[in-house]
Design a protein around this ligand. Sequence first.
Ligand code: SAM
Ligand code: SF4
Length: 476
Amino acid sequence: MSWVTDENKLSEAGYDFIDDDYLHRLMRRKADRAEVRDMIAKSMSKQPLAVEETAALLAADSPELVEEIFDAARRLKRDVYGNRIVLFAPLYIGNECTNDCQYCAFRRSNRDVVRRTLDAGEIRSQVEALLSKGHKRLILVFGEHRRYSPEYVAQCVREVYSIRLDHGNIRRVNINAAPLDHAGYRTVKGSGIGTFQIFQETYHHATYGLVHPRNTRKGDYLWRLDGVARAMEAGLDDVGIGALFGLYDWKFEVLGLVAHALHLQKHFKVGPHTISFPRLRPACGVDLNGSHLTSDEDFKRLVAILRLSVPYTGLILTARERPEIRREVMAFGVSQIDAGSRIELGGYTEAGDSQTQAREREQFELGDIRALDVVMRELMTDGYIPSFCTACYRLGRTGEHFMEFAIPGFIQTLCTPNALSTLMEYLADYGSQETYAAGKALVRSELDKMPEGRRKQELIDRLRRIEETDERDLYF
Ligand code: SAM
Ligand code: SF4
């Protein structure tokens, strides 16, 4: 590809650390009740689990042990991470693609999809539509195509950051795009991105080869596996990994994700910022027959096990999932969700309510297309604090998930107050009457729980200023 300037150089950590045979052997292990309980205890004492230890949890399939794992994940979420859920929205910039991933409607051989790349004016109108709903955090999504060079991606990011609408602006832009080389990552970093996400899709080599033809860029397993390591080497501190569940055995993918997280931890002293676990969805022109579709029950298990295995990593649950599943799985330690999402190009201003109208323009079908305001209200009813906080990233505090978890009092003194002030911005500027009422009640009850002192007084003052004046974007 024309933009690859340092000759496809892999990172220092650029070797293939996924041993399929070894992972398969681990998957054949029998459940051992005592070992499962030891692993749960280790996780509750805030220690990451090894791949072999994760395999012990994956082997637990009796209803009793599975319930113990669910319960541990719920406790970890409740007692350690607190009740915040960060909200974001995806913005698809372009679906030109030179790859031919068998599961994706954007693959080059799909003649039925409408190809489109938003121009600067269209990006502006999409972002204004998102701002008018209350969004503050976006992930920009791109196909893999020479048009989407690092310079182009950086330009899109700058464009997004420059847009203001009334009280709103986007405060964090993350990226989901093809892996780059070192120089490419440095260019993109210059635009001030948050997280760079790359999903391996499947860690299983043979399946990877089947769904990604070899004559495409994405057909190179190692180039992709090493993608986030190159990003870290090039100075991007926050990277996200993920697997597309449904291509191969879900247990194998969990082991692959944990191995990937530990590989980054070993080489860079810090693991991935986030893990995503999208499930394969129906898509225009895609045949899902013969795939390893992950059942709801197994999906719940995999989220709970990931929570226990990688305590320092944020978990992202997307709107691919139906509202009921999102609600249930959220309790297992999910830290971020998208809401009010549209994944067809131009969808935030052009989409009707019908999903069928958009099939020729979207990458796959979503399971949850409820408005942001509705999702916010449901979160609060369930006792969560919806948050748009971007404080750590703005103050250069990378590895925030690690700090939340490892530094005593971090959540109480920084995260919760910041979540509440971004929630108050939402309520004051965008909330419907019903959501406003639910939000005010939640803010009151959270304030009641806070210890008296200077921090609480400062927060109360800030919340008042947000409600009564034009002051915004206040964070600790
Ligand atoms: N083109 C870039 C790439 O492939 O890395 C980034 C964007 S791609 C549009 C984002 C992710 O969507 C992919 O990594 C894949 O995991 C997911 N995806 C593709 N087809 C899907 C489907 N049918 N159902 C659910 N997720 C899908
Ligand atoms: Fe292209 Fe990404 Fe879709 Fe593959 S998953 S066809 S690379 S947009």
